[in-house]
Design a protein around this ligand. Sequence first.
Ligand SMILES: C[S@@+](CC[C@H](N)C(=O)[O-])C[C@H]1O[C@@H](n2cnc3c(N)ncnc32)[C@H](O)[C@@H]1O
Length: 429
Amino acid sequence: MSPCPDADNPGRVSPVVLARGLSTEDVGMSQNQRAYGTRADEVHPFFRAKREWSRVKDRIVGSYIACYLKTVQHRGRPIIIVDAFAGPGSFGDGSEGSPLIVCGAIGKAPKRGVGIACLFSDSHPAHRAALEERLSDYVKQGIAGKPLSDFSEALSCALQVGKGATLFFYLDPYGIKDLDFDTVKQIYERDTSQSTEVLINFNFKTFMRMSGNWSYTDSADDVARKVKESKIETVNSVMGGDYWIELVTNPRLDKTQREDAVVGAYMDRVRAFFQYTYAIPVKEMDDGAGVPSDDLAKYHLIFGTRSARAVLYMNDVANIALEPYFNQFKDGLLFSMTPRRYEPTSMEDVKSAILRVVNGRAMTRPQIYEAIVPGFFLQYRSKDYRAMIDGLVFKENRLFADPRTVKRKNKLNNETLLSTKPWPGGGGR
Ligand SMILES: C[S@@+](CC[C@H](N)C(=O)[O-])C[C@H]1O[C@@H](n2cnc3c(N)ncnc32)[C@H](O)[C@@H]1O
C-alpha cells in the first residue's frame, strides 16, 4: 500500500490501517516509550506543555492555513499541506499540535469541490504512533493519511503525488540540522506554474550553537575562533554555503545586527526561488519589570511564496500574532521604545509610496495592497492601509475615486478605481 495520497487523485488519501496493536518492534520503541501518551510525564520534554512562543507559531500556522484554503481553492487544483516534522499531535497539557491545527482548519474551510489532503511525517516512531491515533477521525474523513517516516519520505511523496497540485510545506524541526539546503531546495525548484509555499522554522540560537557555540555577547574575534574550532559542514549544508562566516565574524556588527545579517542572507538564498520571502521573528515576552529589551528571536518563521495575495494574508496573520510582543514596547510607556529594527515606516512615507504606484495608472484598492504591502511586510495591517487610502481620498485630496465605480457616497469599495488625477466630472472624489 502506498503511503502517499492516491497518485491519480491527490485529493483523496489512500485508506490507512490504524496503528492500534502495533508491537514495540514495529515502532522500534522501548517498553517505556510504548507508554507514550498524552500526559506530561509520558511525552518528550518538548511536548510536555506548550510554551507561549509555540502558541504564537500555532496562531500563525492555523490562521494562515485558514486564509490560504479560502483562496487557493480557486486554482481548481488539489491541495496538499505537508507538515513534515509533525510531532505526536498533542502536548502533555492537552494543547493541540500542528497536525490537529492544520486538520481543524481544513475541516472548517469552505469546500469548493477541490480535494484537500495533508501529509504528515515524524522520524520518532512513538510520535508517529501517537499521531496516527490522534488523527484517526481525519483519516476516516480522507483528510489525512498514515504519518510517513521522515521529512525526506514526505518530501518525495508530496513532489511525486502532488505534481499538479497546490502544495504548502510546513517545516518545524527541533533545530536546523534537518533543514539541509539542497534537500529543501527541491521544494523551491518545483515547476513555477504550480502554487508552492513554504513556512520554515529557522532557529538562530541553534545556528549559534552549531557554528561554534558562540554567545550573544562574544566579540567578533571570539566568534571567529569558536567557528574555526567547530565542525561547520552541517551548518554549511543547512545554510547552502559558508557565506554566513563573514557575517558572524564581522566586528562592525553587534549582536542583533549579526542575527539580522545571517537571517537576511539565508532569506536571500530562498528569495532566489520565491519572489516574496520574509522572516517572522517569534520572540519571548519580557516578563521583567521596566522597559523590555530587544532579544534574539526564539526562532524565525521563514515564509516563501510567489503570490502577492499570500503576502497580504500572512502580513495580517503575523502582525496580529506578534502584536502583544511589540505592544510591550509602547503600552504604558511615555514614549515608544520599539527597537529600531522593528520601527515601522511612517504612515506619511507609506502614503507617498501608494501615490507613487498609483501615479499614471488607476488602480483598485486590492491592486494597491498587492503592490504596497510586500514592501512594508509586518508593519501595518489591511485595516491600516484601508484607512490610509481613505485619508488620501477623503481628507487630503491626493487620490481621486472614479465616480462610475463608487456605489455609496463617501465610501470606497474594492472595485473603485483610484487615480492621482481628478476624474472628468468626478467632483474631486
Ligand atoms: C518541534 S517538533 C514539531 C512540533 C509540531 N510542529 C507541533 O507544533 O506540534 C519537531 C518534530 O520533528 C521530529 N523529527 C526530527 N527529525 C525529523 C526528520 N528528519 N523527519 C521528520 N520528523 C523529524 C521530532 O520527532 C519532533 O516530533
